[in-house]
Design a protein around this ligand. Structure first.
Ligand SMILES: [Zn+2]
Length: 170
């Protein structure tokens, strides 16, 4: 039987942004950025915390509201104001490089956390996919190269490598 991927319609914003595995700028270990309180990046004036259990570094950041009472969120890089960028291999709040990223088929494959990585894996593994995923879902936002059939084996291999990397650190 062929594996079918049913759209889970999880969004990076809605469900996966509660935790980011990042590279600690002090000791290069795997550290975490966690969303305290509400994990939606649009919510301003709540705390986002960086924690490295290896070297003990902790930092908090509160994202200020714009004129509409929200944090600024963008899928496109803009340099002229504080903005939470989504869609790059960095956490949204401290802009630290994600721990789960790897070169693959001439691009960078990345995931915010293990749940996100597993989500991408189940999507790529599936041979049949439901059409019309929700436009903001993880599956509809995956770059085209990740979905190309010719890259499928490479992408799955890269995901396995990231899982090994994650297991080795703990
Ligand atoms: Zn550290």
């Amino acid at each position: 039987m062929k594996k079918t991927f049913l759209n889970k319609n999880k969004t990076l914003i809605g469900l996966l942004g509660y935790e980011f595995l990042v590279v600690c700028p002090q000791c290069a270990s795997c550290a975490k950025v966690i969303a305290l309180d509400d994990s939606s990046p649009y919510v301003a004036n709540v705390r986002r915390r960086f924690v490295c259990t290896t070297c003990g570094t902790t930092k908090d950041k509160v994202i200020k509201a714009n004129g509409y009472g929200q944090a600024r969120v963008s899928y496109e890089p803009k340099a002229d104001y504080e903005v939470i960028l989504i869609g790059d291999p960095y956490d949204w709040y401290f802009q630290l490089p994600l721990y789960l990223q790897i070169e693959c088929s001439g691009n960078t494959l990345w995931a915010l956390n293990l749940e996100h990585l597993n989500y991408i894996e189940s999507y790529i593994e599936a041979e049949l996919r439901e059409s019309h995923p929700y436009y903001l879902s993880v599956e509809s936002r995956l770059p085209k190269w990740v979905k190309f059939a010719k890259n499928r084996a490479d992408v799955l291999k890269a995901i396995q490598k990231l899982k090994v990397k994650l297991n080795e650190k703990s």
